[in-house]
Design a protein around this ligand. Structure first.
Ligand code: NAD
Length: 377
C-alpha cells in the first residue's frame, strides 16, 4: 500500500506534543513525514526537519511557505497537523482547509466561538477532513466504555464525574516562569486558562463516552495564585441533552496529582471508572455486584477496543499509541476505506462554546447558561 504524505506545523524540537504526533502518525506505517514548518524559528525548524529525514525543499521556514510549496506539488501532503500554540490554530487550519488539505488541528481548535463556527463552515464547504486532537478518546479502554454505554450495559447514564487536575503550576514561586505565565495571560491564552487547556479534554470525554452533548453549564472559576488573571482551578457543573448530570473539576494547582485525568460514569445498572495514568484498565461495577477490573487485550471486549489495541494483554500502551489510533482512522478515511472515527471540527466548536459560556457563568456567580454554540442551538 502506498504511504500517505504527512506534514506538521509546529511540534518542533523540545515541544510538548510534537513527539506524540511524530510517533503517532508513523506508528502504523500509514504516513511518511514529508514536509514541515516545525518551529517559530525558521532555522531551528529546518535543522530539526533535517534530523527527521524531511527533504530540504520541504522543510519550510513558516506555514505560509509550506502552504504555497505544497499546494502545487503532485505529491502534496495528504494530511497537515497543526501543533502550534493555540492563537495560531484558526488561521493555519482555515488556510489549509481552503487550499484543499486535510487537517488535524490541536485543541483548542480556535480562540473564539465565531472562529470555531467559521472552521465548521469552511471544513464542510471544502469537503476535507478537519479533525481535532481529543486523543484520549482513542484509548482502547475508553472506546470500551463508550461501547458499554451505547449497548446499555450500565443502563441510562445518570451522572458523570470528570477530573483533569494536576499540580504542575502549583508553585507560587514559579508563577513568573515564562513557560508557565503565558497560560494565565489573556493576551496569550485567551479568555480561559486551565479550563481551556485541560478541562475541555474532560468535557469532550464525557460527551464521547455518554454519546450525548452538553446543553447547559454553571461554572466557578478561581485564580488561586493571585497574580494570575485567568483561572487555575475550575468546577463546572453541567447537564447533558439527555438529562445526565455532570461534574467536572480541573486544576493546575492540585499538588501531588500528576497527569490527573480520570472519569467516572454512573448508570442505572452499573458504574465505570477510567484514569489516564492507568489507561489499560476500566473498573466496572454492576449494581449490587463486585467491582471487576477489565484489561485492554483480554477476551470479550468490543471489536472497537480490540481493533485499537496493538500489543498483548498486560503490556502497556500509552499516549503516543492513543494518538496513533487517531492517525489510523484518518488514514482509513483519506484512503476511502472507512468513515473514520475521530473528533471533528464540530467537537472543537462545542468546546469553544463551553469555554466562553463557562467564563460568562463564572463572572455571573455560577449562573446556568446555554453551553451550545449558536450554530447548534
Ligand atoms: P510548545 O510550546 O511545547 O511547542 C510549540 C511548538 O510550536 C514549538 O516547537 C514552536 O517553535 C512551534 N511554533 C510556534 N509558533 C509557530 C508557528 N507560527 N509556526 C510554526 N511553528 C510554531 O507547545 P505544546 O505544548 O506542544 O502545544 C502545542 C499545541 O498542542 C497547543 O495548542 C496545545 O494546547 C496542544 N496540546 C495538546 C495536547 C493533547 O493532549 N491533545 C497535549 C499538549 C499540547
Amino acid at each position: 500500500m502506498t504511504k500517505l504524505n504527512w506534514g506538521m506545523i509546529g511540534g518542533g524540537k523540545g515541544s510538548q506534543i510534537g513527539p506524540a504526533h511524530r510517533m503517532g502518525a508513523q506508528a502504523d506505517g500509514n504516513f511518511v513525514m514529508a514536509a514541515g514548518a516545525l518551529d517559530v524559528d525558521a532555522e531551528r525548524g529546518r535543522a530539526f526537519a533535517d534530523t527527521l529525514g524531511i527533504a530540504s525543499d520541504r522543510a519550510y521556514a513558516n506555514w505560509q511557505d509550506m502552504l504555497e510549496g505544497e499546494r502545487t506539488r503532485e505529491d502534496r501532503v495528504d494530511l497537515v497537523t497543526v501543533a502550534t500554540p493555540n492563537a495560531t490554530h484558526f488561521e493555519i487550519t482555515k488556510a489549509f482547509l481552503e487550499a484543499g488539505f486535510n487537517v488535524l488541528c490541536e485543541k483548542p481548535m480556535t480562540m473564539t466561538v465565531e472562529e470555531g463556527e467559521e472552521i465548521v463552515r469552511v471544513a464542510e464547504a471544502s469537503g476535507k477532513i478537519c479533525a481535532v486532537n481529543y486523543c484520549y478518546s482513542a484509548y482502547p479502554m475508553v472506546r470500551e466504555m463508550r461501547h458499554m454505554v451505547a449497548t446499555g450495559q450500565i443502563g441510562k447514564v445518570r451522572t458523570i464525574v470528570a477530573n483533569f487536575s494536576h499540580g504542575h503550576h502549583g508553585d507560587a514561586g514559579d508563577a513568573d516562569n515564562p513557560r508557565v505565565r503565558w497560560r494565565y495571560d489573556p493576551a496569550m491564552a485567551g479568555v480561559s486558562g486551565q479550563f481551556a487547556d485541560c478541562g475541555i479534554h474532560a468535557l469532550h470525554m464525557a460527551s464521547f463516552i455518554a454519546g450525548d452533548e452538553v446543553r447547559t453549564l454553571s461554572a466557578d472559576f478561581a485564580s488561586t495564585i493571585s497574580s494570575r488573571e485567568l483561572e487555575d482551578d475550575a468546577m463546572v457543573n453541567f447537564r447533558m441533552e439527555g438529562g445526565t448530570v455532570g461534574r467536572l473539576w480541573t486544576s493546575s494547582v492540585a499538588i501531588g496529582r500528576q497527569h490527573g485525568f480520570d472519569i467516572q460514569v454512573f448508570g442505572e445498572t452499573g458504574g465505570l471508572r477510567w484514569a489516564s495514568e492507568q489507561p489499560n484498565q476500566v473498573f466496572y461495577t454492576p449494581v449490587g455486584g463486585r467491582t471487576q477490573i477489565m484489561e485492554k487485550g483480554e477476551g470479550g471486549l468490543s471489536d472497537e477496543a480490540q481493533r485499537l489495541s496493538r500489543v498483548a494483554i498486560a503490556h502497556p500502551e500509552g499516549f503516543p499509541l492513543a494518538v496513533a489510533n487517531i492517525y489510523v482512522d484518518l488514514a482509513a478515511k483519506i484512503r476511502g476505506e472507512a468513515h473514520g472515527d475521530f473528533p471533528v471540527a464540530a467537537d472543537g466548536l462545542r468546546s469553544m462554546a463551553a469555554v466562553h459560556q463557562a467564563v460568562a457563568s463564572a463572572k455571573a456567580d455560577g449562573a446556568w447558561v446555554d453551553a451550545r454554540p449558536p450554530m447548534f442551538r
